[in-house]
Design a protein around this ligand. Structure first.
Ligand SMILES: [Ca+2]
Length: 440
């Protein structure tokens, strides 16, 4: 199975009962490229081992520098210039910029049709509406919700803290002033992208510009990075959202496979760095070329390769659907793009790199300070645990949207916290902590 979307819970279940072959001995006796990966990043192998000691799946590895900080804000720089504004620093600046977008006709069509801020969902996905905004009140990694820093003793969630409530109060005020798209919690990414591409939206949050606006549109070049907002406590913090190259465990061999060693070697060969160019980008001379002398990579070192203009879709690549091995040096060995082309799509990786360098200046954490990204839950409680986690996260997401729109009054905050207790928040935290401790 390759390109599989098995969850950690499924890997534990099917790895434990033997449906998936234990790869420990294959890696030890027959692995070559995967051992180079383990040497490059010693955190990978421990994360592959499920409770009981087996390794049921091979990793997909990509040390994506811009993923270290992927809750980024993007603003229409032409609107800022047209209205004589500055990029927002504090939450109060942010509000004033959105008001100016609402009232100043920055798209110049004579109509008050601007949507100052828009997003997709409340707290789910890479273009969600609230993570970047709430981060000014209490920093957290989207999807995980663990309080940072994690002191190693007891994990805790951000969404029962007073700072979370205060953030929702602030966002509710923005909402009431007509600064936030009412469809921010219900629309899909396609509709949000259409509005953004249609010269209507002033501020979006996302890991990358290509996620919020059509890459072929002139509007693409108008979105510029804004740092994390300074919150009411006077601090500006970028949460750590990456730093682990392990993005998935996408290759597994089942017990009915007739030639498991051949299957293993096939996947192992995919971790050759030269193979990555073909695997992830495409054919030499078509999708990429070798770097020329003097070309500089995104990381400022001699470039390894340069991307060529291409029209999607291309059938020459697996893109990101297969278990790959992309180190930071490999990813940042892509030739950088500056000058007149700095804001075009081909320069996006360069821009994301530079934006992340700026964001990381405000990130006080390392992987040692945050709860583990991979938390294996033992097979006997995994179904119950995952049901609980899903119920809690859905409740938090729904209520965040309700509080912002005013459909639920924030005076009911205590009742909200009680509801979370009733759903089983304490049990969830207890099981999480026990699982982290058991893996130590
Ligand atoms: Ca207008």
């Amino acid at each position: 199975m390759f390109g599989s979307a098995l969850t950690d819970a499924e890997r534990v279940k099917y790895g434990t009962d033997g449906t998936l072959v234990d790869l420990t001995d294959y890696i030890e006796n027959n692995g070559f490229w995967i051992k180079q990966m383990f040497e490059y990043d010693s955190s990978v192998k421990p994360q592959l081992i499920i409770p009981g000691g087996k390794i049921p799946a091979m990793p997909d590895y990509s040390l994506t520098y811009h993923g270290y900080s992927n809750q980024k804000g993007w603003i229409r720089k032409d609107w800022v210039n047209t209205l004589g504004l500055e990029y927002p620093d504090t939450i109060e600046d942010f509000r004033n910029v959105l008001i100016a977008f609402r009232d100043g006709d920055p798209n110049g069509n004579g109509q008050k049709d601007e949507i100052p801020f828009s997003g997709v969902s409340a707290l789910t996905g890479l273009t969600d509406s609230l993570s970047y905004l709430l981060n000014a009140f209490i920093p957290f990694k989207r999807g995980d919700f663990w309080v940072e820093p994690y002191d190693g003793k007891q994990v805790d969630v951000v969404y029962t803290h007073d700072e979370w409530r205060d953030g929702l109060i602030w966002i509710h005020d923005l909402y009431q002033e007509g600064l936030i798209d009412p469809e921010s919690f219900t629309q899909d990414s396609t509709l949000a992208k259409q509005k953004t591409t249609n010269d209507q939206v002033g501020f979006r949050t996302a890991h990358a510009v290509s996620a919020i606006v059509d890459t072929q549109s002139p509007i693409f070049e108008q979105f510029d990075i804004v740092l994390p907002l300074t919150g009411p406590s006077g601090t500006k913090v970028a949460p750590l959202t990456g730093g682990s190259g392990l993005v998935g465990k996408r290759f597994a061999i089942t017990k009915v496979c007739k030639n498991p060693l051949t299957a293993f070697r096939w996947q192992d060969s995919m971790y050759d760095e030269d193979v990555q160019l073909w695997l992830a980008i495409g054919l030499e001379g078509k999708e990429w070329r070798k770097a020329e002398d003097g070309e500089v990579g995104i990381n400022g070192k001699p470039a390894l390769y340069a991307l060529l203009e291409r029209t999607y879709p291309t059938n020459n690549t697996w893109s990101q659907s297969i278990a790959s091995y992309r180190t930071a040096e490999w990813r940042l060995g892509e030739a950088s793009v500056y000058g007149d082309n700095y804001f075009v799509y081909a320069a996006q990786e360069t821009r994301l790199y530079n934006a992340t360098v700026e964001y990381m200046k405000y990130c006080p954490y390392t992987l040692d300070d945050v709860a583990p990204y991979t938390i294996y839950i033992s097979a006997d409680i995994s179904t119950e645990y995952n049901d609980l986690k899903t119920a809690i996260n859905e409740y938090v997401e729904q209520n965040a949207a309700l509080f912002v729109t005013g459909d639920r009054d924030l005076a009911e905050w205590d009742a909200y916290c009680e509801d979370l207790k009733a759903i089983g928040l304490e049990q969830y935290l207890k099981w999480t902590q026990e699982s982290i401790d058991a893996a130590k």
